[in-house]
Design a protein around this ligand. Structure first.
Ligand code: RIB
Length: 293
């Protein structure tokens, strides 16, 4: 069984700041590091490091070839990544504060040039029972979801970053919905004060999907037709929370695909995400399975 992550590949410019830059302010950063990132690339690497047969599809410019190298080194198949001479690779400008928090400005670049022909071609390499893993950093997501569903692929959707296109997606095709509390609040139209209640409310909106609601340092909640339970977070000192959610997603899905119970998958994902926040950067912070075990 293959896990196809069709998603973004970004060059992450991570600036160390003592506070997030405010409106009208000019702020001198305390340092810059360049990392491989993009929610898609991060989730592919997390899937692969967790042990899944991970395939990545997406688009980059020639300035992003080092992202392919990062994927190869993590064991991800990149045959379905398109490289264009005309377009720049997507990038992210990330401010990283002393408490490990971040805020992110995205430039879509090649991530926003996905074509329906490209989607059709990529899907010919996958079959019923394979899993499509999606975020919300590429265009043509609705078409991709419908085509994959029609071929019998199962769909895991992490609709991040949230925007007003998400309610128009064919959400009835989703088998796993993975959201944080902000995204859950936006889908539900109200703030999340109780994780279990919010996960139940999401199930009512997507009755065919299993729900994974991540709550940062407060842990996470899982809900499907059989069970609802909370998973506590592993307490650590955070250095950089970038890609913690991506690490959680990749590890959770990989464990489910290998036949673990939702309880085992959530516990493994919580440990992997905890390790990732103790290290700087996106992709480089994602741990290997042996470390997590
Ligand atoms: O989830 C973290 C990722 O969000 C970063 O790597 C950045 O590229 C943005 O896509």
């Amino acid at each position: 069984m293959k896990a196809l992550c069709f998603g973004s590949l970004n060059i992450d410019y991570t600036y160390r700041v003592d506070h997030f830059v405010a409106r009208g302010e000019t702020l001198l950063s305390q340092g810059l590091q360049v990392f491989s990132g993009g929610k898609g690339l991060n989730q592919s690497i997390a899937l692969s490091r967790a042990g899944a047969a991970a395939y990545h599809a997406g688009s980059i410019g020639t300035d992003g070839l080092f992202l392919l190298e990062e994927l190869h080194q993590a064991g991800v198949n990149t045959d379905c990544v398109t490289v264009s001479r005309e377009i720049r690779t997507g990038h992210a400008i990330i401010q990283n504060s002393p408490d490990g928090d971040n805020c992110i400005l995205l430039y879509g670049g090649a991530n926003q040039t996905i074509t329906r022909d490209q989607i059709d071609e990529v899907l010919t390499h996958f079959a019923a029972g394979d899993v499509l893993v999606l975020q919300n950093e590429i265009n043509e997501l609705g078409y991709l979801m419908q085509q994959a569903h029609d071929r019998g692929l199962r769909i895991a959707l992490n609709p991040s970053p949230m925007n007003d296109t998400v309610p128009d997606l064919p959400l009835d095709t989703v088998d796993w919905l993975l959201v944080n509390e902000v995204e859950a609040g936006q889908i539900l139209g109200c703030g999340v004060t109780n994780g279990v209640a919010a996960a139940r409310a999401l199930r009512e909106k997507l009755p065919h999907a299993a729900i994974v609601l991540t709550l940062g340092g407060e842990g996470a909640v899982y809900a499907d037709g059989d069970c609802v339970f909370a998973q506590s977070a592993v307490p650590v000192r955070a250095v950089d929370t970038t890609a913690a959610g991506d690490t959680f997603t990749g590890y959770f899905l990989a464990a489910m695909l290998e036949g673990k119970t939702p309880q085992q998958a959530m516990a493994l994902a919580a440990k992997a995400a905890a390790i990732s926040v103790t290290r700087p950067g996106a992709a480089p912070s994602i741990p290997r399975r042996e470390e997590v075990e």
